[in-house]
Design a protein around this ligand. Structure first.
Ligand code: LLP
Length: 427
């Protein structure tokens, strides 16, 4: 019996479905969604929660999120299309992004997405044009604000600081002019503001600062005739990748945020707007693992032992991009001592294709199944086909049951977009 994940033997899963294999526990995703319900939505009136689908989006994930009554944060035409094809209630979809195209805005408006989070004045003009031509119900919008607050995280996933490509800055009069334009327009309906300060955050101080900044803004905008009905405070709650991470419970973030909202609204004498949160990683990261098969093992005496697996930076670019650390074990002998210090390498033609540098494992052998933990977020969604490695399959588990959710990419899938037919090429 190999290592068990959500009641399923991972060695048996690797045999049945092949590797590399993403395994996502539907049960664990639902547990997180229900924790959002009990600790946030049920305890605070006039609130809403979205799942940030960039972390992991499949038709099955849409189905799970929809059935738990939550909304979806999307950032592209592709994500909108996926939600629509899944039958996701479009009025619960929030459309983000710093450079939405006219076509994407047309798609969003024609499908009736619930909110368009307008990132800049260029987009506001574009959207007013699209909405005027559409002549349907007025799109409801939020403005994304750069609150000038920096989260303590990797600089590539920090977004709230002044020097950011996202959002409208608070200094200067750009925001005030944008608010006036929206208020004067018959084409859009301005509901409020949004800020997202960063990702994989373990402290709530930056959230608290951003909440204060946004509520001051609400007060300021009251003076020019805007009643803010909604504030979206973003996502970013941290998870455990290795024992170095000490993630706080959800209520550590949301309780503080809601206390601050109540405090600032009373201080400023403004009505409490609807508060929206939109975590992605927190919902799916720990509900996912990746299974690999160990292949070649290269021992360089006195230097390092490389254990190569049949995936790598193609199915998980996070170590190469952010220096992200992961925990792992050998599924065949999970109870053996993890006393073999090795480096887990991927199979790409790239020296930087290292999944885990210097980790203690249970003496890996060729043919073993390796489990890498906490891969539910930003793995499948960031996978690529470098070296023309087909992308992995995905299996959904549910307390001992398992089924294929996304099939493995085939070699012919890799050629599916080529216009020249294989038979036409003579080399
Ligand atoms: N809302 C907005 C507007 C966002 O931009 C993001 C993430 C989220 C919510 C969800 O953040 P989360 O709760 O998942 O931390 N690829 C990177 C993460 C990029 C996050 C981008 N935006 C990674 O693998 O760490």
């Amino acid at each position: 019996m190999g290592y068990s994940f959500d009641g399923c033997d991972t060695v048996a899963l690797a045999r049945e479905y092949g590797t590399p294999l993403y395994v996502i526990s539907e049960r664990m995703v639902r547990e997180r969604l229900s924790e959002i319900r009990t600790t946030f939505l049920d305890r605070h009136g006039n609130t809403f929660a979205l799942y940030a689908s960039k972390a992991l989006l499949t038709l099955d994930i849409c189905r799970i999120v929809a059935s738990e009554g939550m909304g979806l944060d999307v950032v592209s035409g592709g994500e909108i299309h996926t939600a629509h094809r899944a039958g996701f209630p479009m009025e619960r979809v929030y459309f983000h992004g710093n450079n939405k195209s006219r076509e994407e805005l047309e798609l969003a408006v024609s499908l009736g997405v619930g909110r368009i989070v307008v990132d800049n004045v260029h987009e506001l003009d574009l959207l007013i044009g699209v909405a005027t031509a559409h002549a349907g119900p007025r799109p409801r919008i939020l403005f994304r604000i750069t609150p000038g607050v920096a989260g303590h995280t990797h600089k590539y996933i920090s977004t709230g600081q002044v020097d950011s490509k996202f959002g409208i800055p608070l200094d200067g009069d750009v925001l005030e002019r944008a608010v006036r334009t929206a208020l004067d327009s018959d084409a859009v309906e301005l509901f409020g503001f949004h800020a997202h300060i960063g990702s994989q955050l373990h402290a709530n101080d930056a959230f608290r600062q951003a909440t204060g900044v946004l509520l001051d803004l609400v007060k300021q905008m009251e003076a020019i005739g805007l009643t803010t009905r909604e504030l979206n405070l973003g996502g970013g709650y941290g998870v455990r990748y290795t024992t170095d991470d000490d993630p706080k419970p959800l209520r550590y973030f949301t309780d503080a945020m809601m206390e601050d909202v109540a405090h600032h609204c009373a201080r400023l004498d403004i009505p409490v707007p609807r508060i929206v949160i939109e975590p992605g990683r927190w919902i799916v990261a720990e509900a996912g693992i990746t299974l690999y098969t160990v292949g070649s093992i290269k021992e360089i005496p006195g230097v390092r032992t490389y254990v190569s697996v049949d995936g790598g930076m193609t199915d998980n670019p996070r170590p190469a991009l952010y220096g992200a650390r992961y925990a792992a074990l050998v599924a065949d002998r999970p109870d053996d001592p993890a006393d073999s210090l090795v480096t887990v390498a991927g199979k790409c033609c790239e020296s930087g294709d290292i999944l885990i540098r210097d980790i203690g494992l249970q003496r890996p052998r060729p043919g073993d199944t390796l489990v890498v933990f906490t891969t539910g977020a930003y793995n499948h969604s960031m996978a690529n086909t470098y070296n023309l490695l087909p992308r992995p399959a995905m299996v959904l588990t549910d307390g001992g049951a398992h089924r294929l959710s996304v099939r493995r990419e085939t070699y012919d899938d890799l050629l599916a977009r080529e216009v020249t037919l294989p038979g036409e090429v003579t080399c």
